[in-house]
Design a protein around this ligand. Structure first.
Ligand code: ATP
Ligand code: MG
Length: 583
């Protein structure tokens, strides 16, 4: 491909709203262009990389036995109502809207994912255990009403997802969900490894999608919005929602002070109360009222900790917890919102482990505008249930005692064991050998293809630009023909281009009539892994120069040796750039 025939609108300008490297570099390298907040066009260079990432995903899915199909982006809202996800998704579920009432537009949503649609398809055609298991997948555009699209293509409202769904008669054993889950897990490792992404696999919370086991594939990067929590000794990794913490060992200092009711007018938040009383947020016991399975449930954590609702629900053995609304809070505490405390409270209370070592703490008095000081847990209120119900914070330890380390990251892939949530809701059943009907057992498996691209840039760039892994580079090689007015240079550059193409190497020939420095800068910016420099000076010595983008290593070779050497370099890079999961 010749540069002058292609379309590479590189620019020096970095848009001010582009904060993270992948966003800045994708714009500067002419890879993407924003159409509207949260939606991007992929320009030719970007499209080549996207297609390569997609091809790797497709190859590994096929190898793992998944069958490709393509589902519509427009869905009838009825299916989403039947699974209860209109409410669970909220504003993320985009409606065509307009028309109103029974108009087709207001009954149509744009798919943020496809559990409902695939389950409807399988329900229609699969009736017997003999037709199971089956794994179906697609690589298709998703739509989500993300509140804050940000960081270029890392979080958008329109993106390309590979989504796979498996259907089974059983969990364990041959043909069961566990077997396919493991096969998908392994395929994901192969995909991210081939794409050259540094990645870690963590235990994850299943969230509103439901289900009982799930893992996330994370790429550590400051551009991420998630946190990866790892034990320093490498024994443990989870996302923030799931990370377990060991109990705190050291009791807080205290004098076993007596209980004292204090007037705290207009101070109801942790910050207001600690400022008013001149104490630290960690001296307060945060008392939060939830509703769980129709009953009030009270969670106690330290003022500087956050309740983890997933952990709380598991500890309480309820399906989910939701923050109580003001009338319920007032009923439980007998006070306005903001003055709840465990002393004398008559409700089910679960205390976080870290509350048990508090002394002389401050809590709400269950009386509007009042708090109590000198609260000593155990003395002033009884612990009926103690559990790990909060998010891990810096300074915490893993259950085995190893210190926890926090790293920012982005999620590139996610595998779930769904169980029968969707088959129950939509009636996707099969008949067993005895003719008895059962709901199908499901798994689902997603990968963000755009995030593979952006994740690779986050991991592989320097001050001068992108440094693509060979496997997803838009071209393997760029030939910088200096001296475009010199016939020997243009002829040799043209011949190298043709010979490389014939040898199966993807080559871009920079045939612009521009200064060497300008061409080198652009080549580095767009991140092509290998550069060949053909110039008058080198040719006078009978050589061309081959430079590796990542290592900057330079070799001078005779032009007739260049094609073979480069073919080998490309093949070697495809093997050696594969990554192993980070532990
Ligand atoms: P996140 O927690 O980052 O919002 P998610 O958990 O909502 O992601 P899933 O529903 O598991 O995402 O979707 C599967 C994959 O699709 C994710 O692993 C991610 O790679 C990709 N993805 C999800 N949301 C977006 C988005 N807004 N923009 C780009 N890719 C996305
Ligand atoms: Mg996810």
């Amino acid at each position: 491909m010749k540069w002058t025939r292609f379309f590479i609108p590189t620019t020096k300008e970095t848009p001010t709203d582009a904060k993270v490297p992948s966003h800045q570099l994708m714009i500067r390298a002419g890879i993407i262009r924003q159409v509207v907040a949260g939606a991007y066009s992929y320009l030719p260079l970007g499209f080549r990389t996207l297609r390569k990432a997609e091809a790797i995903v497709r190859e590994e899915m096929n190898k793992a036995g998944a069958i490709e199909l393509h589902m519509a982006a427009m869905h009838p809202v009825e299916l989403w109502e039947q699974t209860g996800r209109v409410a669970a998704m909220g504003d993320v579920l985009l409606r065509l809207g307009g028309g109103g009432g029974d108009d087709w537009r207001s009954r149509t949503v744009l798919g943020p994912t496809h559990e409902e649609i695939i389950t409807e398809i399988v329900r229609a055609y699969i009736t017997s255990y003999k037709q199971l298991p089956v794994t179906l997948y697609q690589i298709q555009t998703k739509f989500r009403g993300e509140a804050r699209p940000k960081s270029g293509v890392l979080r958008t409202r329109e993106f390309l997802m590979k989504d796979a769904y498996s259907f089974h008669t059983c969990k364990e054993g041959s043909g069961g969900l566990d077997e396919t889950y493991q096969r998908m897990y392994d395929a994901y490792c192969a995909i991210f490894s081939r794409c050259g992404l540094p990645y870690t696999v963590v235990e994850a919370e299943s969230g509103p999608i439901g289900g009982d086991a799930s893992h996330e594939f994370m790429v550590p990067t400051d551009a991420g919005e998630d946190y990866l929590v790892q034990a320093e000794d490498g024994s443990y990794a989870a996302n923030l929602e799931r990370a377990e913490v060991a109990p705190l060992e050291d009791p807080q200092d205290g004098t076993n002070a007596p209980l004292k009711e204090v007037h705290t007018p207009n101070s109801s938040t942790i910050e207001e109360v600690s400022a008013f009383l001149g104490c630290k947020p960690s001296d307060l016991i945060k008392t939060i009222i939830y509703e769980a399975d129709g009953k009030p449930l009270v969670a106690l954590v330290r003022g500087n900790h956050e309740v983890n609702e997933g952990k709380l629900a598991r500890a309480a053995q309820v399906s989910s917890v939701t923050a109580a609304d003001p009338p319920l809070i007032e009923k439980v505490t007998g006070a306005d919102v903001g003055f709840a405390g465990p002393v004398g409270l008559n409700a089910r209370i679960i205390a976080d482990q870290a509350v048990t070592v508090m002394n002389d703490a401050v809590t709400g008095a269950n009386k509007t505008d009042y708090h109590i000081t000198g609260v000593n847990p155990g003395r002033d209120f009884e612990f009926k249930e103690i559990a790990d119900i909060r998010n891990a914070v810096e300074g915490d330890r893993a259950p085995n005692g190893s210190p926890l380390i926090f790293k920012k990251c982005i999620e590139v892939g996610h595998v779930f064991k769904l169980g029968t949530k969707y088959s129950d809701a939509l009636g996707a059943n099969f008949l067993d050998e005895g003719g008895k009907s059962h709901p199908m057992i499901m798994g689902c498996y997603g990968i963000g293809v755009n995030r593979i691209m952006a994740g690779a840039i986050e991991a592989w760039h320097d001050d001068n630009g992108i440094s693509w892994p060979m496997a997803i580079a838009p071209f393997h090689v760029v030939i910088c023909a200096l001296d475009m007015r010199d016939q020997t240079v243009t002829e040799l550059a043209g011949k190298l281009h043709d010979d490389l193409e014939a040898a199966g190497v993807e080559v871009l020939l920079d045939d612009r009539d521009a200064r060497p420095g300008f061409k080198f800068k652009d080549a580095e910016l767009i991140g092509i892994p290998i550069r060949i420099t053909v110039g008058k000076k080198g040719l006078a010595d009978g050589v061309v120069e081959i430079q590796t983008r990542r290592t900057k290593e330079v070799q001078k070779v005779k032009p007739e040796k260049a094609v073979m050497l480069i073919r080998d370099m490309v093949a070697t890079a495809l093997q050696t750039e594969r990554t192993e999961p980070i532990t």
